[in-house]
Design a protein around this ligand. Structure first.
Ligand SMILES: *[C@@H]1O[C@H](CO)[C@@H](O)[C@H](O)[C@H]1NC(C)=O
Length: 427
C-alpha cells in the first residue's frame, strides 16, 4: 500500500519539485528587489513616504501598507507595515484610529536646530490657521482630525486642499498629519502626532487661536545661552499669554501690539489682561507682575499642577498622556509630567501671545472636565510614584533632576514611606 502510493505520486512529486524551484527563484528575485528598494530608500532610517499629490485620496486598501524596516549586521532586514508601527506608537488612544503622517509635507526640510509649532485644528479653524502660517514663517506640524464618515471626510479634504494650495507659505513650512477616526477631541493623542512628526529638535505647543506678537523664534535661535539651555533638555520656555478685556478688541490681529513697550501700555490701562484670568492656576505661575517689570529670562518658582502655559521645549521629551480625551486637564497633564521629569519653566521677558476671540463649545466642556479632573488626580499620583522610582533606580534621586518631583509630590499620602522603601531596596 505504502509503496504503491509513493510510486503512483512520482509525477506529482516531480511537478511539485519544479513548482518549488520556480517559487524559490521568484521569491529570491522578489526579496532582493524588495531589500534593494528598502536599502536605497532608507539609508538605514525609518522612511515614511511623503504624500504630497494634490487631492491625494484616502484609499484604505493602500493606506498604511508602506513598510518600515530595520537592518542588522548580517544584512537581514526586518520590517513591518506603517499601520502596525503607528498602532503601537499611539496605542493609548481610542481605537481604531488611523494616523496618516505627512498627508501634505513642506517642500524644504527645516534645520534641525529650529522650533516647530505643533498644533491641532478642525475645519472651522482653517482661516485662523492660515493667518498663523503667514505670521510665523517657520516650521509648523499640524494634526487635523478627520471624522470617519464619507461625506464630512470628502468635504474636509477638499477644503484642506484649498487651504494648503491657497497659501505659498503652507508648501514652504507646513506638514499636515491626519487622524481619521470617530473620536472627537483626543487632544493629547493629536498633540503627540504633531510632535512625533515634527522635523526639528524643538517644538512649541501652541493653540491655534493665539497670535505670536513678537519674533521669539529668531531671538531664541540667535541666543547661544538660551539654545544651550534648550539643548540641555531641562528647559521649557514660556511665552506669556494675554487676552483683551473687551473681547471685540481681540478680533483683528493686525491691531495687536508688536513690542513689549506697546503691550505694557495696554496692560497698564487694563485693556490687555492675563489669559483666562478667572482661572488663575492656568497661567498664574508665569508671574505676570514679574514679567511686567523685568527684561531678563526668569524661572517659574510657583509651579501649580494646573499650569498650562504655551511652551517651547525639546522634541525629545515626555509624551502627552493619551488617556485624556476631551476638555479639561489634558494640556496641564502634559506639562505636569514634563515638570516632574526634571524640566524647569523659564519665562521669556520680551515676548507675548494674544488670544484671538472666538466662540467656545461650552456644553461639552463641563461634562468632560468632571471626568478629566478625576483622571488627573489619579494620574498625578501615578506619575509621582513612577518617576520617583525611576530616578532612584537611575541614581538621579540626589541630583537636581528630581527637585521638581520632590516639590510636586511630597504631599501625596504614603509618598515618603514609598520613597524610603524604593531607596532601601536599591541600597
Ligand atoms: C484689521 O485692522 C487693519 C489695521 O487697522 C485694517 O486695515 C483691516 O481692514 C482690519 N481688518 C478687518 C477684517 O477688520
Amino acid at each position: 500500500m505504502f509503496k504503491l502510493r509513493v510510486e503512483g505520486t512520482k509525477p506529482v512529486q516531480r511537478a511539485i519539485k519544479v513548482l518549488f524551484n520556480v517559487y524559490i527563484i521568484l521569491s529570491t528575485i522578489y526579496t532582493s528587489n524588495y531589500i534593494y528598494h528598502m536599502y536605497t530608500n532608507n539609508n538605514g532610517l525609518i522612511s515614511i513616504k511623503s504624500r504630497n499629490e494634490p487631492m491625494a485620496e484616502i484609499l484604505y486598501a493602500k493606506w498604511g501598507q508602506d513598510r518600515l524596516s530595520w537592518d542588522s549586521n548580517s544584512g537581514v532586514y526586518d520590517s513591518m507595515t506603517e499601520e502596525f508601527f503607528l498602532s503601537k506608537a499611539f496605542s493609548e488612544a481610542m481605537q481604531p484610529s488611523h494616523v496618516i503622517p505627512y498627508y501634505f509635507r513642506a517642500d524644504n526640510p527645516p534645520d534641525e536646530e529650529d522650533i516647530t509649532i505643533t498644533t491641532l485644528i478642525t475645519s472651522n479653524r482653517f482661516p485662523i490657521f492660515d493667518k498663523l502660517v503667514t505670521n510665523y514663517q517657520g516650521p509648523i506640524s499640524v494634526t487635523i482630525h478627520v471624522s470617519d464618515d464619507e461625506e464630512t471626510r470628502e468635504e474636509l479634504l477638499k477644503s484642506l486642499n484649498d487651504l494648503y494650495n491657497g497659501n505659498p507659505y503652507m508648501k514652504k513650512y507646513v506638514d499636515v498629519h491626519l487622524v481619521v477616526d470617530r473620536f472627537e477631541r483626543q487632544f493629547n493623542m493629536w498633540r503627540n502626532v504633531a510632535k512625533f512628526f515634527a522635523r526639528t529638535n524643538y517644538i512649541m505647543m501652541l493653540d491655534v487661536d493665539f497670535h505670536p506678537c513678537t519674533n521669539f523664534r529668531q531671538k531664541i535661535l540667535r541666543s547661544p545661552r538660551i539654545m544651550k539651555m534648550l539643548r540641555s533638555g531641562n528647559t521649557a520656555l514660556v511665552i506669556p499669554a494675554f487676552e483683551y478685556a473687551d473681547l471685540t478688541e481681540g478680533l483683528n490681529h493686525s491691531t495687536f501690539p508688536t513690542t513689549k513697550k506697546d503691550a505694557l501700555e495696554l496692560v497698564d490701562s487694563k485693556r490687555l489682561v492675563m489669559f483666562h484670568a478667572s482661572w488663575k492656576p492656568g497661567h498664574g505661575s508665569s508671574n505676570y507682575a514679574a514679567w511686567h517689570d523685568t527684561n531678563v529670562l526668569y524661572k517659574v518658582t510657583q509651579y501649580h499642577y494646573q499650569y498650562e502655559p504655551y511652551v517651547i521645549f525639546p522634541k525629545h521629551s515626555v509624551w502627552c498622556d493619551e488617556r485624556f480625551v476631551g476638555y479639561g486637564a489634558n494640556k496641564a497633564a502634559c506639562l505636569f509630567e514634563l515638570y516632574l521629569s526634571g524640566v524647569d519653566y523659564w519665562v521669556l521677558p520680551e515676548d507675548f501671545l494674544i488670544h484671538q476671540t472666538h466662540e467656545y463649545l461650552e456644553s461639552a466642556r463641563k461634562h468632560e472636565r468632571v471626568f478629566n479632573r478625576r483622571l488627573y488626580d489619579h494620574f498625578r499620583e501615578e506619575m509621582c510614584f513612577r518617576y520617583a522610582r525611576s530616578f532612584i533606580l537611575n541614581n538621579e534621586w540626589d541630583t537636581p533632576k528630581s527637585k521638581n518631583l520632590k516639590d510636586a509630590c511630597h504631599k501625596i499620602r504614603g509618598f515618603t514611606q514609598a520613597i524610603k522603601f524604593f531607596r532601601e531596596s536599591v541600597s
